[in-house]
Design a protein around this ligand. Structure first.
Ligand code: 6GU
Length: 230
């Protein structure tokens, strides 16, 4: 899978070199390219923002550098139409289903906005080059799309076949079956007076599976009743 990122803060993405995603990059499973939006601004100050038409607080990202940046990444990637992902608190919710959907695509382009947002025409233009998605992590506001893009890249990247060594570990985790994950324990069986639940020491696979499922339902009901309603 190819991933391009357009941002005014490329350094946010330095951490893509560590851990499982770093390894996936080194082995070529993930082909990640980070671009500085200011490289596509041609005035003396390499400006990427301006005041909003109609007035109001803050600055808006100018369309011209974005247009050039999107042209460049679309051309670099060749034939396949990219999917442009713009992290935005005004977008659709990013959930595990979104991550699975994105993991099946050949080319994702993350466009990270700052300030009060990106000139709306950029989204219309991007739609002529590929699919466009505005996607939010949740109902709170970050300073820009960079941290959100990082979270999405990790959630998507780990679903690309081969990135996570043991594919079984992707099956039994929170949100894969609409429930939160069951609690996990390791040795020692007693630690500071806390015991591992007896059933897990029993060696009885059927009872273990049943207990884990009960735990999943109980903690989902307690912590995330909205998931059970869905
Ligand atoms: Cl995707 N972007 C920004 N700026 N804030 C957010 C977000 C995204 N998701 C939640 N808050």
């Amino acid at each position: 899978m190819r991933i391009d990122v357009v941002t005014i803060f490329p350094a946010f993405f330095d951490v893509l070199e560590v851990s499982l995603l770093g390894k996936a990059r080194a082995t070529g499973l993930l082909d990640v390219h980070v671009h500085d939006l200011r490289d596509f601004a041609h005035d003396r100050h390499r400006s990427v923002d301006d005041t909003p038409y109609g007035g109001g607080a803050g600055m808006v990202m100018k369309p011209e550098p974005w247009g050039e940046a999107l042209d460049a990444v679309a051309a670099a990637a060749g034939a396949a139409r990219p999917t442009f992902v713009f992290p935005s608190p005004a977008g659709e919710r990013f959930v595990q289903r979104t991550a699975r959907e994105f993991a099946d695509l050949p080319h994702l382009v993350f466009g990270c906005g700052r300030y009060e947002g990106i000139d709306e025409r950029v989204f219309s233009y991007a739609a002529t080059l590929g699919d466009v998605r505005l996607v939010s992590l949740g109902d709170y506001v970050l300073n820009g799309g960079e941290v959100a893009a990082m979270a999405m890249i990790e959630a998507v990247g780990r679903l690309v076949p081969g990135v996570v060594g043991n594919p079984e570990s992707l099956v039994e985790e929170s949100h894969e079956d609409g429930l939160l994950e069951y609690p996990s324990y390791t040795k020692p069986a007693t630690w500071r007076g806390y015991d591992v639940p007896e059933v897990l020491l029993s060696g009885h696979h059927g009872r273990v599976a049943e207990w884990r499922h009960e735990q999943q339902v109980a903690r989902t009901r307690e912590r995330r009743p909205d998931l059970l309603a869905e």
